[in-house]
Design a protein around this ligand. Structure first.
Ligand SMILES: NC(=O)c1ccc[n+]([C@@H]2O[C@H](COP(=O)([O-])OP(=O)(O)OC[C@H]3O[C@@H](n4cnc5c(N)ncnc54)[C@H](O)[C@@H]3O)[C@@H](O)[C@H]2O)c1
Length: 261
């Protein structure tokens, strides 16, 4: 689709990192953007800079997501673009041995379930709510396109590291559901793709010491640096504009293949 001011978009996780960069890029085309995020202060600040809207939404909660779409649509009409960026990163091994007592501790199942609930179920929750209204929109291209949905998985969907069982399961699920959802929505002219980012410089990495960032950067074959959030946003733009991209899971990673640790 052609990006312009008659289009509106919802970006989850839009208060920070990849979601924020995406919201900024889309707003640059005049698109009316609504941010969904738990971080109210930052979300409202970004939304007001963009002349957009903000809704405090927990993507893992059905009522919260339904209410968020009501806010977005009251402000801007039904969205033609949904970008799922809300997510959490967790690290815990399946079992780990306590250094002092040698006792073997199991992965916290609550943490595993929470990761799936936010990253995977949360993405689907937003997709289902968005698609419900998108399929009733008028088509806007000669081919009958109505909307575009983009999910954020991770290279951990394919090369999960030690301690990434929960995170990789959630992101593998995001990648896995992208094709069947694209098939579900194909006859209604709604495309669905997933981006698998490698290492991107977002607040996720802000706490890390300079040395650690250097080591991470060196592990990227080319370009040997962390990705810039706007490079992710540029991929979002391209997927929106290129109608032949559908059901694709695209690695955006400078050729990195994650080692076991
Ligand atoms: N940064 C990277 O290198 C990288 C790599 C691969 C995948 N990803 C994925 O990209 C996405 C964005 O990551 P980021 O680096 O921009 O992180 P980030 O922490 O900067 O942004 C994530 C945003 O999601 C929000 N959020 C968390 N849980 C939420 C919930 N339940 N409901 C609504 N909002 C919620 C947070 O408040 C935050 O604003 C995540 O899904 C992450 O797993 C990031």
């Amino acid at each position: 689709m052609q990006l312009g001011k008659e289009i509106s978009a919802v970006v989850t996780g839009g208060a920070s990192g990849l979601g924020e960069a995406t919201a900024r890029r889309l707003a640059g085309f005049g698109i009316k953007v609504t941010l969904f995020d738990l971080n109210e202060e930052r979300g409202m600040a970004v939304a007001s800079q963009l002349g957009g809207a903000f809704a405090r939404v927990d993507v893992s909660d059905v009522e919260s997501v339904a209410a968020g779409f009501e806010v977005a649509r009251a402000a801007h009409g039904v969205e033609r673009i949904l970008i799922n960026c809300a997510g959490i990163g967790v690290a815990m091994k399946t079992v780990s041995r306590d250094r002092e007592t040698s006792a073997v501790r199991m992965h916290d199942l609550g943490l595993f379930a929470k990761t799936i609930a936010i990253n995977l179920v949360g993405s689907f929750n937003c997709i289902a709510h968005s698609a419900q209204a998108m399929v009733d929109l008028d088509p806007i291209t000669d081919d009958g396109e109505r909307g575009v949905i983009i999910n954020t998985a991770s290279v951990a969907a394919e090369d999960g590291q030690i301690g990434q069982a929960a995170y990789s399961a959630s992101k593998g699920g995001v990648k896995g559901m992208t094709l069947p959802i694209a098939r579900d929505l194909a006859r209604d002219g709604v495309r669905v793709c997933a981006i698998l980012p490698g290492l991107f410089k977002t607040p996720l990495f802000e706490g890390l010491p300079e040395e650690a960032v250097k080591a991470l950067s060196a592990s990227v074959p080319f370009p040997s640096r962390l990705g810039r959030p706007d490079e992710y946003a540029a991929m979002v733009q391209h997927i929106c504009e290129n109608e032949m991209l559908n059901a694709a899971s695209i690695r955006l990673d400078g050729a990195i293949r994650m080692a076991p640790k």
